[in-house]
Unconditional design. Structure first.
Length: 301
């Protein structure tokens, strides 16, 4: 077993591209990672990495050793997955990347219940709206909304459909009236969702009509956070287009009212995504199954 000492750390350093990032992924200090690599090089009697203050590169010996380590660790993963498959209870650390608002309101409750059900399962949730590289960043699973990028290294399972709908506060509608058609939206103010400085178009449709022209509506305020948009709508700043699962929560309390509820701004698919492996670990499988079972009800499907 001494031959395995430092191997996983070495592979993480190579794949992360730096000691600091590898240390972050492994929840170790940079010093601990550096010492592990040093011990490994001493035991092997060769230098695996050429290091400078700004970069690191594999030596010829390091490159050959890295290829062998990757194959060996892959075989260990297969062996562990086979054992894991036969266990009655999922266990170990499960790293999951989720969108911020959807993650807080819809994914976290499901996975927290899973942690309560399986005491040996450790859930590590990362909330971010940026695109995460599951393999590079060491995630077991991600939840993504919208069109998936083509990838030969990832597998996916559809969890449901997120519909975007229009809502406003009762106070706003009392002051400005309730629009009854897309054309009447031109008389109202929107709180726009912005991404990279550009406001997203509404592209509203009725039923299955995908050829409708985008409605004309002016926006005074734009934000890149849907929970902030919902809060502004509740305060009466204007109409907001919100995911169905968020609008429904506020509609139940009376804080927001659905507007033009026969229209939908757009729809997006929700997926669970994970790195392709020969044998899916039990901890990942139960999480995917739990999300598939509960997400549809949480988003009103």
């Amino acid at each position: 077993m001494d031959n395995l000492d430092g191997v996983a750390t070495f592979v993480q350093v190579v794949e992360a591209g730096s000691f600091a990032l590898a240390a972050e992924r492994m929840h170790l200090t940079r010093s601990a990672v550096g010492k592990a690599i040093g011990r490994l090089e001493t035991r092997l009697g060769v230098r695996l990495l050429q290091r400078s203050t700004r970069s690191q590169t594999l030596t010829a010996e390091g490159h050959a050793y890295y290829e062998g380590c990757v194959r060996a660790l892959a075989e260990l993963d297969v062996a562990e997955a086979a054992l894991d498959h036969g266990r009655a209870e999922p266990s170990g650390r499960l790293r999951v990347s989720v969108p911020e608002a959807f993650g807080h309101l819809c994914v976290a409750p499901v996975l927290l219940d899973l942690a309560r059900q399986y005491p040996n399962l450790q859930i590590d949730l990362s909330f971010t709206d940026r695109y995460t590289d599951l393999i590079e960043e060491g995630f077991d699973l991600a939840v993504r909304i919208g069109e998936l990028r083509d990838s030969s290294t990832l597998a996916a399972r559809r969890l449901g459909t997120q519909h975007i709908v229009i809502g406003a506060s009762p106070a706003y509608l009392a002051r400005h009236g309730t629009p009854r058609s897309l054309e009447q939206l031109a008389d109202h103010v929107a709180i726009a969702y912005s991404c990279a400085g550009a406001a997203a178009p509404w592209n509203a449709t009725k039923g299955t009509d995908r050829n409708a022209q985008p409605p004309r509506i002016r926006s005074q305020v734009s934000m890149d956070d849907i929970q902030a948009i919902a809060a502004a709508a509740i305060d009466g700043y204007g109409l907001a287009w919100l995911p169905c699962w968020l609008l429904t929560r506020h509609a139940q309390s009376g804080a927001l009212v659905p507007v033009l509820d026969s229209y939908r701004v757009r729809s997006q698919e929700i997926y669970a995504v994970w790195p392709k492996v020969r044998h899916l670990r039990a901890k990942t499988r139960v999480a995917i199954d739990a999300l598939k079972a509960r997400i549809p009800a949480l988003i009103g499907e």
